[in-house]
Design a protein around this ligand. Sequence first.
Ligand SMILES: NC(=O)c1ccc[n+]([C@@H]2O[C@H](COP(=O)([O-])OP(=O)(O)OC[C@H]3O[C@@H](n4cnc5c(N)ncnc54)[C@H](O)[C@@H]3O)[C@@H](O)[C@H]2O)c1
Length: 432
Amino acid sequence: MQKMISKLNNKEARLAVLGLGYVGLPLAVSFAKVGFQVTGFDLDEGKVAAVNRGDSYIIDIPSEELDAVVRSGNLKATTDFSKLADMDSVNICVPTPLGKTRDPDITYIQAAVGSIAESMHSGLLVILESTTYPGTTEEVILPLLSENGFEVGKDFFLAFSPERVDPGNPTFHTINIPKVVGGVTANCTEVAKSLYSQVMDTVVPVSSVRVAETVKLLENTFRSVNIGLVNEIALMCSAMDIDVWEVIDGAATKPFGFMPFYPGPGLGGHCIPIDPFYLSWKAKQAGSEARFIDLAGQVNGFMPRHVLKLVTQGLNDRRKSVNGSKVLIVGVAYKPGIDDLRESPALDILEMVTGLGGETSWYDPHVPALPAGIESTRLEEWTPAAVAGFDAVVIVTPHPGVDHAMLLGTGPVIIDTRNALKGHKSPDLIRL
Ligand SMILES: NC(=O)c1ccc[n+]([C@@H]2O[C@H](COP(=O)([O-])OP(=O)(O)OC[C@H]3O[C@@H](n4cnc5c(N)ncnc54)[C@H](O)[C@@H]3O)[C@@H](O)[C@H]2O)c1
């Protein structure tokens, strides 16, 4: 153990990051910037080539920053997993989606660990960063890595450390977000802590790997449930003709005991709509019901349909139907300032409008194209003339820098699902 800790402290350990996506690439760059020799492994040849060219595809990593660490020789990427044999440490950052039946799909983790197991050697530190259900590290990874008689805490070290990156956040990045870490044994925690201490401002060891796994799920469940609560309050306020946005602003003046969450068109992204179901799935196996998670999932999952109802109402007030109307969706990424379309409610809304016979277009300066199969026209220009021909405009994701007030007075009914037009009054405006 001491040998590995001193290798880490002297930055002589060769680090691997498996999965070079939104989580893995920033982590690999952070390790490389402090002087480690880092190798990124990914199945995606396009990503590997882009990294080796110093060409970033992740919004939080400018290409100049990536290029600098690649040129310094500290970071390279490969699809050749046999090179794992040369590594001292591996951080796993592969996807953890839900399957078709909304159960956890940990096949990416199993495949990644399978590659590590093929090159398993003494002294290796393995840390899972992908969000997953409590027990994954000990029940799924540990047996695979112990197969050839390697003893955890002695021959190799295994830990879980949840990734908390918030893409597009200008304040908090990989290194200044406190890093929770829990090892399978105390030695594992100690070694993993030594790695992160070289890079992160704050490392928070916890007593077990299961605690570390559950920390992440509590964080995301907290958000899902609070967003579900405020979405339900928004539906109630809508029925009672009360402005929910003003209610939240009023409540947020309380200096203690209240934290504002805001309603919206539905959850998006790889985390909040998915992760709580990893917890409820595992809890059900232990005989415990996750009622808040299920309820929040129902309320949040209903929001795109509520937005469709507002579109229908707005058109109906003008003696129009969705069928045959031109509807513009503004902002299709799942949150402001980023280009990520995963689980974006905008895609559901587009499909529902199309399903009712509406003719849809979309505008999003961050997104070059929609996924294949979604029929909708990209609006290239953000001008009064370009939007005037629409019957309805739905603001789904208000990106910074887009002048939403420009829409006012151009003609279409405006459904504002995010209070992007705060402070504006117009007979054309319907707020969520
Ligand atoms: N995106 C976020 O904001 C965020 C935040 C916190 C936690 N997480 C969690 O982190 C994990 C990774 O998420 P992400 O957003 O970075 O995903 P991503 O899809 O952006 O990146 C994952 C990468 O892993 C690669 N990959 C898949 N299988 C592989 C394998 N066997 N070996 C090597 N590479 C493989 C993919 O090609 C892809 O490049 C997930 O569990 C996610 O829930 C994501």
